[in-house]
Design a protein around this ligand. Structure first.
Ligand code: FE2
Ligand code: FE2
Length: 446
């Protein structure tokens, strides 16, 4: 009983004034401000996934996007609760300058500038706003907000630490980082002028001109790849040669891990379609696409982790680009088609392979394939639902799901036809070297 009382005292307001600091609609207004900032931050991060070379940074960003989407979703639902029965979440209103500043992230001039600005400005500003809100809000009336915002603060604190490490690494390896520093300084100055994300104080107003050096965002035709890996377009001979056996035993274990790692294209594709359709589809699209993108990053991470645990070095491992490159300059609906049709076409084989791995005594491959299967069944639902919703927008009147599927196949087939004899020769040699190395058993004898 004593313990319970001390717990209540600890979380009780220190004075009646504090509890009444924000009325119901004031609270909703603050949470709406947080929602718009999270939303635009995650859209920019998603759009940048194909531009990030480092695999660990790409995977870490995909996780941040998912966390931000969960926070934004909880904020949005809480605003609706507080404004019941209104389900309107009108545009930014008085927070337009702040949201426009967050939108500048997508126009960062370089990877270094992008990461540095997240680390120095955009992530810590949200972190500090959440900490301030938790310090001032009413633990009785506003308890539902405080619970999810405490999780959001923990996520954002970790994201700030990650972004600091990533930007420090990127700046250290850049030949010249003055442009990135200059860009981040300009963004930080503007955020200071705006007073950050106002919590206790009234938001300041400021005019926003495009920053010197900003680069209008466009989806890259080729994805950036981590230079530690073996660079290629096709990552295994069967991408190009259907006669090349998928394999059994050790070959199947290796092929599955390589396949998982090479789902890096799916991470990038998820990020592009998330941001491309964010304006035309409802919020639920962003929430689902964030989860989809994060799941693909976990599949990629599974393969990466397994190959390293078996003793392979990144420079031996092929990391390809062909499915991503097949959709260069296409309507993003075909990127969604690639993710939907190509990622889910092997669902029926996953449980079979999981059982085979069990029979080999390879519990980790079994575990990864089984979790992957559960994710893919969910993704099939996302793909079916959202493809239908995009077609229902009416701006692609002659298109059907079957036509999207057929065009996706044509795009990949014509890209595969362009494989050169030299790259096929190199790829066969590379796969042969890996299979020979693995033939003595996995993990490799050191
Ligand atoms: Fe996947
Ligand atoms: Fe998937």
């Amino acid at each position: 009983m004593t313990d319970n009382l001390s717990h209540v005292q600890q979380h009780s307001p220190s004075s009646p004034q504090l509890r009444e600091r924000w009325m119901r609609l004031d609270t909703a207004y603050l949470l709406k401000r947080f929602f718009f900032c999270e939303r635009v931050l995650l859209l920019s991060q998603a759009a940048w996934l194909p531009k990030i070379p480092s695999l660990p940074v790409k995977l870490g960003l995909a996780q941040a996007i998912w966390e931000d989407a969960l926070t934004a979703d909880a904020l949005r639902e809480r605003v609706f609760e507080l404004r019941y029965p209104s389900r309107l979440l009108e545009e930014e209103g008085g927070d337009r300058a702040l949201v426009q500043l967050y939108q500048q992230l997508v126009h960062s001039p370089s990877v270094e500038a992008f990461l540095l600005t997240i680390a120095r400005v955009f992530a810590p500003t949200l972190r500090d706003a959440y900490a301030e809100y938790l310090g001032l809000s009413d633990p009785i009336a506003d308890a539902p907000t405080r619970r999810f915002l405490a999780v959001a603060l923990a996520d954002k604190t970790k994201q700030c630490q990650n972004a600091e490490c990533w930007s420090a690494e990127a700046l250290a390896s850049a030949a010249d980082n003055r442009e990135a520093q200059h860009w981040a300084n300009a963004v930080a100055d503007k955020m200071k002028e705006l007073g950050g994300i106002a919590v206790a104080d009234k938001p300041a107003s400021a005019t926003l001109e495009p920053f010197n050096g900003s680069v209008t965002y466009s989806v890259p035709d080729k994805p950036a790849r981590d230079p530690r890996f073996w660079p290629c377009r096709f990552y295994w001979p069967d991408n190009v040669d259907p006669q090349f056996p998928y394999g059994e035993g050790t070959a199947l274990q290796l092929r599955s891990a390589i396949s998982h790692l090479n789902e890096v294209w799916a991470v990038e594709t998820g990020g592009i379609i998330l941001s491309s359709f964010a304006q035309s589809l409802p919020w639920e699209w962003v929430r689902d696409a964030a989860r989809w993108t994060y799941d693909e990053s976990r599949h990629c991470h599974m393969g990466y982790d397994r190959l390293l645990q078996w003793g392979f070095r990144p420079q031996e491992i092929p990391l390809g680009t062909y499915i991503y490159e097949s959709t260069a300059a296409q309507d993003p609906i075909y990127r969604l088609g690639m993710l939907f049709f190509f990622e889910t076409k092997n669902i029926h084989k996953k449980q079979l392979r999981s059982r085979l791995f069990h029979s080999y005594g390879d519990a980790l491959s079994e575990h990864d394939m089984d979790f992957d299967w559960a994710d893919e069944t969910m993704h099939a639902g996302f793909g079916k639902h959202w493809l239908k919703e995009i077609l229902a927008l009416g701006d692609r009147p002659d298109l059907t799901p079957d036509a999207v599927h057929a065009h996706c196949s044509e795009l990949v087939d014509s890209f595969v036809m362009a494989a050169t004899p030299d790259e096929m020769k190199d790829l066969k040699q590379r796969s042969q070297d890996l299979l020979s190395k693995a033939s003595g058993g996995l993990p490799l004898a050191v």
